[in-house]
Structure formats: structure tokens, C-alpha cells
Design a protein around this ligand. Structure first.
Ligand SMILES: [Zn+2]
Length: 239
């Protein structure tokens, strides 16, 4: 086989899968940003995708032609029903994959996000269904993030930041940041700050100082930035 031919075909296949992946990544990003503020400005999308505003705008216009978003210049972007459905499907893939990689294949929780970011775009609905069944239809991923059901509904958990828990109160960890910051996840795991863990907030230093937390009988001082990123369920004061 002439090498140039195979390279060519490889190249165009890669371009196709890249644009399919880019569409899903943008829809997922817009979905996440819309949870904070909707409509989402193109500059926020550009910052989140780490691209120039002009690139984000042209991608958003493409998504609008595919009827995945509504876009008006100077107003911003919102997902259509079809766009939201696609975002939730990709998020479902991602979170199921993270749990499967940990439970079935022994990956650590700080390794799975990177793998899932790639695989979420390529698994079939059949494989997704098998993974969900193998895991007994889970509702949360390893970082405590809810897994959308097939109909797009998600379990709702009433959470607050660990930083907002008063001294003397106990809380159960619900959710940690799921991103590519493996170092942060390894640090949290070392402290035992993982979903399901019970934490006693022993002391809260004044003037936005650190929190002293007790987990499994061991005390650790953690910065407020970190305590802001860890979400907990509602707490009870006292022992
Ligand atoms: Zn992830």
C-alpha cells in the first residue's frame, strides 16, 4: 500500500473524529458553564476551552447550525433540548467510565478523568449499557459527581462547601473536584478526604485562615481554597 494513501486516509478520519469530539466537548463545556450562569458568553466558553474568542464564536455558530445551541451575538449561548441531551449523554459516558476504570480495571481515582475524557466520545450505547449493568446502575462517579440516568435526570444532593462548615460540626464528604489535577486528588486521598468520608471540623482560624479537620482520628490543617473545593452534605453540630 502506498504510504501517502494510508497517511491521507488516516488524516481525514482523524479530522472527522476530531470535529465530532470537538462538538461534544463544546456542548459539555457550555452545559457546565450554564450551571453557573446562563446564557453563557462566548468569552467564557473561549476561556474554558482555552481558545481565542474568535475560534469559540465560529465553533458556536457551527453548533447553532446543527441546532445544538441557540446563539445571539451580544447575548450569549444556551443549549437547545438536543444540545442538552447530547451533553448529558457525554457526561453519562464520562462518569460511568471513570467508575468502571476504577472498579473493574484498578485505575486510581486521579488517573481516570484523563482516560474518560478520551473514551467518552467513542463508546457505543451498547458498551455504555453493559458498563452501567456491570456496575449495577450507579448514580455517582468516583469523585462523587452524579451520573445522569438514561432519561437525562440526575440525583440531586444538597451540598455546601467544607469551608462553610462551622467549627465543632461534622460533615460527610459528597464531592471533590473532577478535573485533570491528579496531584490535588492524590493529596485529598492521602488526607482521607474522599466521598463518603466523615469529617470533623475541629477549628476554623479567623480572617480566612486554615481549617483543622479530623478524619479517621487524624488531624490536618487545610487551606481555605481547598476547603472551598470539597463539597459536603449538611452537618450536625456536636459529637
Ligand atoms: Zn472526569
Amino acid at each position: 500500500m502506498p504510504q501517502i494513501d494510508s497517511l491521507d486516509r488516516g488524516g481525514s478520519q482523524q479530522r472527522d473524529s476530531l470535529s465530532h469530539q470537538a462538538i461534544e466537548d463544546y456542548v459539555k463545556t457550555i452545559y457546565a458553564l450554564a450551571q453557573e450562569e446562563s446564557p453563557v458568553s462566548t468569552s467564557r466558553v473561549a476561556a474554558a476551552r482555552m481558545v481565542k474568542p474568535a475560534s469559540a464564536t465560529s465553533m458556536i455558530q457551527r453548533l447553532a447550525r446543527l441546532n445544538l445551541v441557540n446563539y445571539e451575538k451580544h447575548y450569549g449561548v444556551t443549549l437547545t433540548a438536543a444540545g442538552e441531551k447530547l451533553a448529558l449523554e457525554v457526561i453519562r459516558h464520562h462518569r460511568l467510565l471513570e467508575l468502571y476504570l476504577m472498579e473493574a480495571l484498578g485505575f486510581r481515582w486521579d488517573e481516570v478523568h484523563e482516560q474518560a475524557d478520551i473514551l467518552e466520545h467513542v463508546i457505543s450505547e451498547k458498551l455504555e449499557e453493559r458498563i452501567a449493568a456491570a456496575l449495577n446502575h450507579p448514580t455517582f462517579d468516583p469523585h462523587g459527581e452524579p451520573i445522569p440516568a438514561l432519561d437525562g435526570t440526575m440525583p440531586v444532593v444538597d451540598t455546601t462547601a467544607l469551608a462553610d462548615v462551622p467549627a465543632g460540626a461534622r460533615a460527610r464528604v459528597s464531592r471533590v473536584p473532577d478535573d485533570s489535577n491528579s496531584e490535588l486528588l492524590r493529596y485529598l486521598a492521602g488526607l482521607g478526604l474522599v466521598p463518603g468520608a466523615e469529617v470533623l471540623v475541629a477549628e476554623v482560624a479567623p480572617f480566612l485562615g486554615p481549617l483543622t479537620v479530623e478524619i479517621d482520628g487524624a488531624r490536618h490543617a487545610i487551606g481555605r481554597n481547598l476547603a472551598d473545593m470539597v463539597l459536603v452534605e449538611k452537618w450536625a453540630v456536636g459529637q
